[in-house]
Design a protein around this ligand. Structure first.
Ligand SMILES: Nc1nc2c(ncn2[C@@H]2O[C@H](COP(=O)(O)OP(=O)(O)OP(=O)(O)O)[C@@H](O)[C@H]2O)c(=O)[nH]1
Ligand SMILES: [Mg+2]
Length: 410
């Protein structure tokens, strides 16, 4: 499979089928160009061919492929905006005498460049190998001619000539490792839920400002960058909503249109943070010309991974928007950068959980002071009084804490 190196000139190719509008194809290509630049490529040309349906052997028409071939030189790489079959990829690469890859491979390459944690690396390698496996046949010629491959960058150190058995074995090893990580994560999650602290997850299109928002809300340093998929690993931080009332806030990997299925499957462990959260904040880049399409793409992925929690939409980057934005509560229009309306967002999240709070009175004998400290850590304390038997506490508790401390209720 072709290798990306940073001095290459990229030619981007899309097919416009009869059911696709001009802008739909143009948007998708513009995003592909962003992805290519993020991978370090120099984008020189975008090419659209209109056809009623893809050509089975070559995806675009054979004539068009030859026409593109004329533009290329040794430093060229051709990237298709849709997933190619292994056979199409092989044929196109032969026809054009240049490396050919598709959107999925480009995204996988960026993920490989970004993966930092052990878990992230395993997930990327798993996605790469799962993508590669069905492609080994039919690519023989293109492979041996080009050598190297996407999988040679970062974690995916697998020689493409090695036989499928080895790749299968590696895939099952990686799955096993991920399973272990998943169990640890499950334990951490269990620990979190046993402490009765709700979890709020930031989700959204890549580059929408999730990490910036996490940083602004929790006051902790996290990696923020004007690039796609800056965040791969979930980060979790404490977010104080009011005095005495706090939640966990977690950052997640950004979503994108045509998110490769191999990637969604491989990143399942990370995405579980989303599935198990109590509330989702869907961060939308309100300044982006395609913010509506991006929002829909995110909703699509959420459906796919089975996330069905309540969602508060957070329209971010309003400092870049020159018209007033109408949003209906609990949704919010904010700027993570300037801090605009972050207090309102915090209040909205507080309100969301407050609906589940009730005021209760407790008595803890001295032998049970440990239970009292659970209450102090996770509830808003309204009053506290020591007697010679123990301590009486009046507090605002959520449903989970209420049932946990039921035995101590007065
Ligand atoms: N003007 C402006 N820029 C913002 C705002 N929020 C985030 N940004 C910028 O948008 C870019 C992306 O921000 P990130 O926080 O990394 O976005 P993300 O959603 O975490 O992106 P990924 O991790 O790549 O999915 C950065 O350059 C931020 O500085 C905002 O409210 N206003
Ligand atoms: Mg991020």
């Amino acid at each position: 499979m072709p290798e990306i190196n940073e001095t290459q000139n990229a030619y981007l190719v899309a097919l416009q089928q009869s059911f696709q509008s001009d802008w739909e194809v143009a948007d998708s290509l513009a995003e592909l160009a962003d992805l290519a630049r993020d991978a370090g490529l120099n984008v020189v040309e975008t090419i659209v061919q209109r056809r009623s349906h893809p050509e089975p052997g070559t995806f675009i028409g054979r004539g068009k492929a030859l026409e593109i071939a004329e533009m290329l030189d040794d430093s060229s790489i051709v990237i298709f905006d849709d997933e190619l079959t292994p056979a199409q990829q092989g044929t196109l690469s032969d026809l054009m005498d240049a490396p050919v890859l598709d959107r999925t491979q480009l995204i996988l390459d960026i993920f490989a460049q970004r993966a930092r944690s052990n878990e992230g690396k395993i997930q990327v390698e798993l996605a790469q190998l799962s993508y590669l496996l069905p492609r080994l046949t039919g690519m023989g010629k293109a492979l041996s001619r080009l050598g190297g491959g996407i999988g040679t960058r970062g974690p995916g150190e697998t020689k493409l000539e090695t036989d499928r058995r080895r790749i299968r074995r590696r895939i099952s090893d990686l799955r096993r490792e991920l399973e272990k990580i998943k169990q640890t994560r499950g334990l951490q999650r269990q620990h979190r839920s046993s402490t009765e602290v709700p979890v709020v997850a930031l989700v959204g299109y890549t580059n929408a400002g999730k990490s910036t928002l996490l940083q602004a809300l929790t006051g902790s340093e996290v990696f923020v960058a004007d690039q796609l998929f800056a965040t791969l690993d979930p980060t979790i931080r404490r977010w104080d909503l009011t005095e005495g009332r706090w939640v966990y806030l977690t950052d997640t990997v950004g979503f994108i249109r045509k998110l490769p299925h191999t990637l969604v499957a491989a990143f399942q462990a990370t995405l579980e943070e989303v599935v198990y959260a109590d509330l989702l904040l869907h961060v939308i880049d309100a300044s982006h010309p395609q913010s509506r399409e991006q929002k829909e793409a995110v909703e699509e992925v959420l459906k796919e991974i089975g996330a069905a929690q309540p969602i508060i939409a957070v329209y971010n980057k309003v400092d870049l928007v020159d018209h007033p934005l109408e949003v209906r509560p609990p949704d919010q229009a904010v700027s993570a950068k300037t801090g605009y309306n972050l207090d309102r967002l915090t209040a909205a999240v507080y309100e969301f959980f407050a609906q589940q709070y009730s005021v209760r009175e407790y008595f803890f004998p001295f032998s049970e002071l440990g239970q009292a400290s659970i209450l102090r850590a996770h509830a808003t304390i309204l009053g506290e009084e020591f007697t010679d038997q123990g301590v009486a506490i009046k507090a605002e508790v959520d449903a989970r804490l209420e049932s946990l401390l039921q035995p101590f209720q007065k």
